[in-house]
Design a protein around this ligand. Structure first.
Ligand code: SF4
Length: 483
C-alpha cells in the first residue's frame, strides 16, 4: 500500500449509517421522492451518485422534476463564481416552493458549504433550509437526514478536517455505459487562484485493491468506459509512478476505455507518459491544464513548472503517442498579467497545438459581505505561503483586469465577459480523440453537447481563434475537476 493512502472510515462507523438508512426508510409513512441538483465538476457528479444511492436505500425514488420532489438536494460548487451564484439564486427560489409545500425537505451540501463562514451564513439567513452539510461528512448524510426528520428542526454539520476515505457506500450511477471512479480526494498544491485545497482538504488516495474491485464490478455490469477522478490524479498514492502502476493494473481488467482527469503538469511522470504508448485500453486523450504561457504568471499562480517544462511534456507525449488528443485550461487576466504575458500564452498555444482549450477570465471574488473571503486563497494559510500577488494595475487598454479587453493586435478580437467561449472539439470522435473542429459556445448550450456544425475549418490557428472569440468567465461548469 502506498504511503499516503488514507485509513478507511471504519466498518463500524458505516454500519451506524446503514442503521440510520433503515430507520429513515421505516420513518417515511409513504413513498418519498428526491431530486438532486448538481453544480460543478465530475467530482460533484460522483458525490451526487453516492447521495442518490443513499437516498434510494432510505426508500426515496428519483422524481422527474424539482417541483414533484419531496426532498430537494443542492450539491454546490464554489470553484467557479457562476455556480455559486446559481446555488444561492436557487435556494431563494426554494423558499417560495416551500410555502406551497410545507413538508418539502431542502438539503444543501457540497464544496460551497466548506467555505469559511458560508454554512453559518446560510443557516442564519435561510432558516427554511432543513439540512446543511459539507464534503467531509457526506457519508454521515443518513444520520443527518434522520435528525432532520425526527427533530423537525434545521440541522447543520460541516467538518473542518477531511478524515478518512469512505468505502462501500451505496451508489446510483447515472449511466449504464460510463462510470466515474474516484481514486483520490483533495489537493496539496495551493495554486494561488484556487480554493480546492481549502474546501476539499489535502490529498488522500483510495487503496488500489478497492479501485480495482470497483472496476471489475463495473466491467461485469457491462460498463464500457471508466473515468478516473481526482483533483490531481498524477499525485495518486503520493506521486512518482503510483498512478502509472494503477493504470497498468486497471488496463488488465478489460474495460474498453479508460480515461482520467485531471492532471497537473508538474506531476506528469515519464512512466505515466509511457502508459499512453503501451496500455491497450487507455484512450489517447489527455487534459493537461497549462493556465498560462508566461513563466512570470505561472510563478505567481504557484504552478511550479515553466512553459519550457510544459512544452517538453507535450513533445514527449507526442513521441509516445503521435495522435494524442491534448486539451487544456487557460486563465487570462490574472492579476498583474501584461500584454507580453498574454502574448506568451498565445505563443504557447500555438506551439502546443491543443485540440481544445477551456479559456477563463480570472474571476475575482467578493472581498466581504456574504462571501467574506479573499483570493488568492494561498495567502491566507501560513502553513502554505503563496507567492507575492502584485496589485492589479489597470492596463490602459483594460486588459489584465476582469472585463477588460485585450489589446488591439492580440488577435484582433476581444474578451467579452458574460458571452462566453468554449473552444472545444468533438468528443464523439473515435476513442474519445477529437477530430479537429471548433464550436462556438452558443452551440454548446442545452446539455453541453456540441452541434456538429464547425464554425471554423479544421486546422484554424488556435491563437487567432482564442483571441477572436469571447472567452468565458471562470464561472461556467462543465470542465474537469481542477488541476
Ligand atoms: S488548480 Fe488544481 S492543482 Fe491547483 S490547487 Fe486547484 S485543484 Fe489543486
Amino acid at each position: 500500500m502506498q504511503e499516503d493512502v488514507r485509513p478507511l472510515i471504519t466498518d463500524r462507523a458505516l454500519e451506524v449509517q446503514r442503521a440510520y438508512m433503515r430507520s429513515v426508510r421505516k420513518a417515511n409513512y409513504r413513498p418519498q421522492s428526491y431530486y438532486i441538483v448538481t453544480l460543478g465538476c465530475q467530482m460533484n457528479v460522483r458525490d451526487s451518485e453516492t447521495l442518490a444511492g443513499m437516498l434510494e436505500e432510505m426508500g426515496y425514488q428519483r422524481a422527474a422534476s424539482r417541483e414533484q420532489a419531496d426532498l430537494i438536494l443542492y450539491n454546490t460548487c464554489c470553484v467557479r463564481e457562476n455556480a455559486e451564484n446559481r446555488a444561492l439564486g436557487n435556494v431563494i427560489w426554494l423558499k417560495e416552493l416551500k410555502k406551497l409545500k410545507p413538508r418539502l425537505l431542502i438539503c444543501v451540501g457540497g464544496c460551497m458549504m466548506q467555505e469559511k463562514g458560508m454554512a453559518e451564513t446560510l443557516k442564519r439567513q435561510y432558516p427554511f433550509i432543513d439540512l446543511i452539510f459539507g464534503t467531509h461528512n457526506l457519508h454521515r448524510f443518513p444520520e443527518l437526514l434522520f435528525r432532520v426528520i425526527h427533530e423537525e428542526k434545521q440541522v447543520c454539520e460541516v467538518l473542518d478536517s477531511e478524515g478518512g476515505v469512505a468505502e462501500g457506500l451505496p451508489v446510483r450511477r447515472t449511466s449504464p455505459h460510463m462510470a466515474f471512479i474516484n481514486i483520490m480526494y483533495g489537493c496539496n498544491n495551493f495554486c494561488s487562484y484556487c480554493i480546492v485545497p481549502y474546501v476539499r482538504g489535502r490529498e488522500r488516495s483510495r487503496e488500489p485493491q478497492r479501485i480495482l474491485e470497483e472496476a471489475r464490478q463495473l466491467r461485469d455490469a457491462g460498463v464500457q468506459e471508466i473515468m478516473l477522478l481526482g483533483q490531481n490524479v498524477n499525485s495518486y498514492g503520493g506521486g512518482g509512478d503510483a498512478f502509472a502502476r494503477l493504470l497498468t493494473e486497471l488496463d488488465k481488467v478489460g474495460i474498453p476505455r479508460i480515461r482520467f482527469m485531471t492532471s497537473h503538469p508538474k506531476d506528469l511522470s515519464d512512466q505515466l507518459i509511457d502508459c499512453f504508448g503501451r496500455l491497450e485500453h487507455l484512450t489517447g486523450q489527455l487534459h493537461l491544464p497549462v493556465q498560462s504561457g508566461s513563466n512570470r504568471i505561472l510563478e505567481l499562480m504557484n504552478r511550479r513548472y515553466t512553459r519550457e517544462k510544459y512544452l517538453g511534456l507535450v513533445e514527449k507525449l507526442r513521441q509516445v503517442r503521435p495522435d494524442v488528443g491534448l486539451t487544456s485550461d487557460i486563465i487570462v487576466g490574472f492579476p498583474g498579467e501584461t500584454q507580453a504575458d498574454f502574448q506568451d500564452t498565445l505563443s504557447l498555444v500555438e506551439q502546443a497545438r491543443f485540440d481544445a482549450a477551456f479559456t477563463f477570465i480570472f474571476s475575482p471574488r467578493h472581498q466581504g459581505g456574504l462571501h467574506g473571503r479573499r483570493y488568492p486563497h494561498g495567502r491566507e494559510d501560513p502553513a502554505h505561503p503563496a507567492p507575492h500577488r502584485p496589485a492589479a494595475e489597470p492596463d490602459p487598454t483594460g486588459f489584465g483586469k476582469p472585463g477588460g479587453l485585450p489589446p488591439a493586435g492580440a488577435g484582433g478580437g476581444g474578451v467579452h465577459p458574460g458571452r462566453g467561449l468554449r473552444v472545444r472539439q468533438d468528443p464523439a470522435g473515435p476513442y474519445g480523440q477529437f477530430p479537429g473542429k471548433y464550436f462556438p459556445h452558443r452551440q454548446l448550450r442545452g446539455g453541453g453537447h456540441p452541434v456538429r456544425r464547425p464554425q471554423y475549418p479544421a486546422g484554424t490557428a488556435l491563437p487567432k481563434l482564442m483571441a477572436g472569440c469571447p472567452a468565458r468567465h471562470a464561472g461556467s461548469e462543465g470542465t474537469g475537476p481542477n488541476a
